[in-house]
Design a protein around this ligand. Structure first.
Ligand code: COA
Length: 432
């Protein structure tokens, strides 16, 4: 059958499509800027059809109504990331969190987390009937391959990205047409403190390096200081508007890459219309499942891979916590450990954990004698390499425990150095 006939025969309304989801089902929903809001709104509107539908979605950017109080009977939110709209639900016990490196998440569908349905949002079909998962390929490619029920929202605003990110019309059970601009995330304001951190990070980046950068003020601050570099490349989990600026400025060319030369690789994208326009039908941007982009054995094929990520706390051993504040699951590991390992294995690679020296308006040092009770280690002391604050760079790899602690105290906020030195002397039985 011609794909156009299949398309027509499966075209339906969101209200009708969500009738195929049954009570007790586990549903994988595309996330971030790719969240199919129109279909999720239909599920919430028709909530009385369901009891205990497990919604597994990594990072909601919209209202996440299915995860709000009052929805407990109908939906249970289970996630591998904890962010704004879902944090309260998970903390309240109406949802739950699965610790897992991002690179491994799609494998859960074949192991402990078999899914009954995948809900995705894609670009309109091309001449051959293929739709692109666009800005959110990560786990949704695998979800759409294994789920017995696939509900797809076709949205003309979804960029037609290239790479291993296509779903054919014949693989969709229900097709719902609904056009709506993607959620935009405006670039954050960058403070002087973040600029100082960015400048330190940039001092470790050389011409021709291949970068993994996250999102937020610190990664954007790093990009500000790369304007004079040459032939940088990108192999990352995600990128945002700042990377587009550097492509336009001729700094990111991907020419020096020895793996996927000439191409920027990512698994999801989040930014403004400027970013979404840039990636649309752009063969130099390749979107791949997270099992590929984030696999350290794949990313490390790039020589000189530099990963830059952030954290919440570092103890004097160099143990990095990036996801918990005390016993509260504030965020998640995401791809941090994937890329720390990728950089570790890459020839000439470097991994950086960059953070402001204090939190809570300067009242708390992020460099602490011990990690807070109840929190966890995200990046272990065996894998951490550089830690950077606005006060400088601490190189930890291959240094003794005492030298690491000294290096960390030297980049702590001056207001906290005396108490950290005291803790050092007690703990290590040595003079600072
Ligand atoms: N104790 C108590 N509160 C703390 C704290 C600590 N040790 N560290 C931070 N906080 C507070 C901050 O003060 C802030 O609250 P405020 O706004 O009321 O002041 C809040 O917690 C958030 O901290 P902040 O550092 O501003 O968060 P961020 O938005 O910059 O995100 C991470 C930092 C670490 C949470 C984020 O980078 C992350 O999720 N990383 C893990 C995932 C990852 O690395 N992915 C990689 C690729 S994308």
């Amino acid at each position: 059958m011609d794909w156009r006939d299949i398309y027509k025969s499966r075209l339906t309304s969101a209200d009708n499509a969500v009738k195929s989801v049954k009570s007790g089902d586990r549903v994988s929903v595309m996330h971030c800027a790719g969240e199919p809001h129109h279909i999720m709104e239909a599920m919430v509107k028709n909530k009385d059809q369901y009891e205990n539908v497990e919604v597994t979605l990594m990072l909601p950017l919209g209202k996440a109504e299915y995860a709000q109080p009052g929805m407990e009977k109908h939906f249970r939110h289970v996630s591998q990331f904890v962010g704004g709209p879902s944090r309260g639900t998970i903390m309240a016990g109406h949802g739950d969190y699965i610790p897992c490196n991002f690179s491994q998440i799609p494998f859960q569908f074949d192991a402990t987390l078999p899914i009954d349905a995948a809900i995705i949002m894609v670009s309109p079909p091309d001449a051959h009937g293929y739709c692109s998962l666009g800005v959110s390929v990560d786990y949704s490619k695998r979800a759409s391959e294994v789920a017995p029920l696939v509900i797809a929202q076709i949205n003309k605003y979804m960029p037609r990205c290239h790479g291993d990110c296509f779903v054919h019309v014949s693989e969709m059970t229900h097709i719902v047409e609904h056009d709506a601009p993607l959620i935009e995330l405006k670039p954050p304001k960058i403070t002087d403190v973040e600029k100082a951190i960015g400048e330190h990070c940039a001092s470790l980046i050389k011409d021709g390096d291949c970068l993994q950068l996250g999102i937020g003020a610190i990664p954007d601050a790093v990009l500000l200081f790369l304007k004079n570099k040459k032939d940088l490349g990108i192999h990352t989990e995600m990128f945002s508007d700042g990377a587009v600026d550097l492509v336009e400025a001729g700094v990111i060319t991907n020419k020096a890459k020895n793996f996927h030369k000439g191409q920027m690789l990512a698994t999801f994208l989040m930014g403004t219309k400027k970013l979404y326009d840039f990636v649309n039908d752009n063969p130099t941007v390749q979107m791949y499942p997270v099992t590929y982009t984030n696999d350290p054995l794949i990313s490390s094929k790039n020589d000189n891979l530099v990963s830059i990520n952030s954290c919440l706390q570092v103890d004097l051993l160099g143990q990095v916590c990036s996801e918990m504040i005390g016993s509260m699951q504030y965020s998640a590991v995401g791809g941090q450990v994937d890329f720390v390992r990728g950089a570790y294995l890459s020839k000439g690679g470097r991994s950086i954990i960059a953070t402001t020296s204090t939190a809570k308006g300067g009242t708390l040092s992020r460099i602490a004698p011990l990690l807070d009770t109840g929190s966890c280690v995200t990046t272990s002391r065996n894998e951490v390499e550089y830690v950077i604050t606005e006060y400088g760079i601490a190189h930890l790899r291959y240094h003794t425990v005492r030298d690491r602690a000294r290096a960390l105290i030297n980049i702590a906020h001056p207001n906290f150095r005396d108490e950290l030195k005291e803790a050092f002397e007690k703990r290590f039985n040595a003079k600072f």
